[in-house]
Design a protein around this ligand. Sequence first.
Ligand code: TYM
Length: 336
Amino acid sequence: MDQKRSRTFSGVKPTGHLTLGNYLGAVRRWVEADQHRSDALFSVVDLHALTVEHDPARLRRLSRQAATLLLAAGLDPALCTVYVQSHVDEHARLSYLLECTATDGELRRMIQYKEKSVRARAAGDGVRLSLLTYPVLMAADILAYATDDVPVGEDQRQHVELARDLALRFNQRYGHTFTVPRATHPAVAARVMDLQDPMSKMGKSHENGSGIVYLLDEPDVVRKKVMRAVTDSGTEVVYDREARPGVANLLDILAAATDRAPAELAGEYSAYGALKRDTAEAVVELLRPVRERHAELAADPGYVDRVLREGAERARGMARPVVDRAYRAIGLLPAA
Ligand code: TYM
């Protein structure tokens, strides 16, 4: 019997260069699993990059680079839809209806809002209102496509939970309109930590890049960053994320890069140096094909433009009926 394929949606925010965290937590699974087994859309979610201080020219560059990297990593436009969020109006159109569904209280509870608003204030910048409403736009990204699965890293769990809550609330008030989505996380490396500060997430917009491996870092830069990773005061290699976060992070990265289990790998090392060396080489090899393919694709911007144009067209066609249905359900008068 022909079963309906499930729908997948996920995205990456062009606020900085893509990192190993983005790759292991999200992009690699999109490439290896999601695009093959489901009807999948992957978006460079540029509207989300406007929620903090930004430079317009840099944003344009990073958006193009992110799209090119998604293709370089192996997303295949023949299998899935790759596009830029701002090219499809339905996201912003639906977001407003969801703002009328969410409450101020539930948005102020979001961990990322709390953290990032403190950072913006400390930098002397105002906190943009969109930083507060950002998870509602993210819910719109997901719900506009009748999404079943949202493959993300651990840090997005709370946001996908909000998308679920809003879908259920909207459906209950106005009749069944949205598919209720669920987050999926990788078994290993769902939260890759900063190599210099293993208590913090490896995040692309951090100022100090020495603990962050970027997908486009040269092999020698990757090696240097991994070899200089902060480890813990002990000397034994054990997998304990609480007591030994630095070593556990290296084991997670090595495990993800070699498809092994971190606790099992720990038993094979007796010193930190060897663990760092093997991790560095595994990451260099993992990223090598992505860097090489990126260089080829960056030399052919016409191809990337075409993929994004066709992707946006396809995405519009999928989102339009869902968003129109939501407009009718909530009581807005259809245009004659
Ligand atoms: P963003 O751009 O911060 O990250 C993109 C994806 O990478 C994952 N990720 C990580 N995974 C493991 N370890 C890390 N250190 C790490 N850093 C990032 C993220 O969990 C994410 O899956 N709000 C989202 C973008 C977004 C989105 C969406 C995602 C907007 N709308 C709709 C899914 C569905 C974000 O800021 O991701």
